[in-house]
Design a protein around this ligand. Structure first.
Ligand code: NIG
Ligand code: FE
Length: 419
């Protein structure tokens, strides 16, 4: 398996005590339930708490009155009664790209469809032209600003997809840019199968090229731990997608699928059949897919800001959750279908448009999202032995996912250290 434990600071020597936590929202019970059917009680709140972190991991946590006295050598931080939650996990972004597609947004609002703009050489291919022309340094510098914007909102882990290069050279440039980002844990996903590269005439031909030239190289150079595909009519359809994902799986990659976003194309079905970690979007699924996802280990990643910008339906979150599926939420931040990094917007849309409860929303943005990335043993809840990744709020818990444009977060700790 390609580099599973993703670390931001290497082996940190840090030894820290965080005291004076007014409310520590651990999500321990939500994690124990596999992030399914999360209730208020599963937030597992400890009042007046403390956390001891050593070498990036939680060594102890509990009520401050029970704090063992053998931690005199640790550096002590007083959080002054603040509420602490697990750092958010942003599990679906197209973080690295150049240019913008503001003009395309205007065209969609005037009636052109996403698919028609794409078929005419715009859409994803417009971002491909800009990203191919950008230097590694330009990509790192714009992406680092985006990382910082996420971190300021309480995010500690960010997934970053490639997919705007569509050539071995430009795709590897995107993934190398992702590797240079700091201040958050970055999980790199290869999305070479995002659109058919302009140099190829068919999906079959392009995918054969990716299987021959790209996948082995990416595995060898550890440029990504996951492989994703846009499984959609007119992009990569089911048979070719299946062959590609099977090849990626044989090389040890975790699988993700952009599934059933624009049309019902067999994405969710394929994701579950191949044991993908996640099936993402799921706007078009119906009762058979809901039942199949609910009975599987595949996490359903819902991306409501993309649905807002695309002015389409929202995925059936209520049915998924009630049937027992594991759900995650994310921004899908990208220059086309979701040009927003606002985690509050995602939370508010999850609550208003998908009728998710507050505990379901918070769990979906933490432990559910950690599952989507295969990091459920490492992050997403606050428990002894896990990475010490948390966000310190500057408001009360119920001010989270309330005000679009503002996350009530004062700072973020990743692997025990403030970032
Ligand atoms: O997740 N739909 C496929 N991929 C992206 C959009 C990428 C783009 O439009 O640049 C998505 O919505
Ligand atoms: Fe996406």
């Amino acid at each position: 398996m390609v580099g599973k434990h993703v670390s931001i600071s290497g082996m940190s020597e840090s030894y820290e005590i965080y005291r004076g936590i007014g409310r520590l929202v651990t999500l321990r019970a939500a994690a124990e339930k596999g992030a399914r059917r999360v209730t208020e009680a599963d937030l597992s709140v400890i009042e007046k708490a403390a956390i001891v972190s050593r070498a990036g991991k939680i060594e102890w946590l509990g009520p401050e009155t029970d704090l063992p006295s053998n931690h005199a050598k640790a550096r002590s931080h007083d959080l002054g009664g603040a509420t602490v939650i697990p750092a958010l996990v942003e599990c679906h972004t197209h973080l690295v790209f150049a240019g913008n597609r503001a003009g395309e947004f205007e065209r969609r609002n005037r009636g052109e469809t996403y698919q028609a703009i794409g078929a005419a050489g715009g859409g994803i291919l417009a971002s491909v032209r800009a990203t191919r022309a950008a230097s590694l340094e330009e990509l790192v510098s714009s992406a680092q600003k985006r990382v910082d914007r996420f971190v300021a909102q309480g995010v500690g882990t960010i997934e970053a997809k490639s997919g705007y290069g569509l050539s071995v050279e430009s795709e590897t440039k995107m993934m190398r840019a992702a590797q240079k980002l700091t201040r958050a844990r970055i999980v790199s996903t290869f999305l070479g199968a995002h659109a058919i590269a302009p140099e190829f005439t068919s999906a079959e031909e392009y995918v054969a090229h990716l299987m021959r030239e790209a996948l082995p190289l990416i595995a060898r150079e550890k440029l990504a731990t996951r492989v994703d595909i846009f499984l959609e009519k007119g992009y990569f359809e089911r048979p070719v997608a299946r062959r590609y994902l099977e090849a990626a799986k044989r090389l040890g990659f975790d699988l993700a699928v952009h599934a059933d976003q624009l049309t019902l194309s067999g994405g969710a079905d394929t994701a579950v059949d191949l044991g993908a970690r996640s099936a993402e979007h799921l706007v078009q699924i119906g009762p058979p897919e809901i039942a199949k996802l609910a009975a599987s280990e595949t996490t359903c990643v819902l991306l409501p800001s993309a649905d807002l910008y695309m002015d389409c339906a929202y995925p059936p979150a209520r049915a998924l959750i009630d049937r027992g599926a594991r759900v995650a939420i994310a921004t899908d931040f990208n220059p086309g279908s979701s040009p927003s990094q606002d985690v509050s917007l995602v939370g508010v849309l999850s609550r208003v448009r998908m009728k998710m409860s507050f505990p379901e929303t918070l769990a979906a943005y933490t432990i559910g999202a950690a599952y989507a990335l295969g990091l459920e043993k490492q992050t997403g809840s606050l428990e002894i032995g896990k990475s010490c990744d948390f966000a310190i709020l500057d408001g009360s818990l119920d001010e989270l996912f309330l005000e679009i444009g503002r996350a009530p977060v004062s700072s973020v700790v990743v692997e025990g250290l403030q970032v």
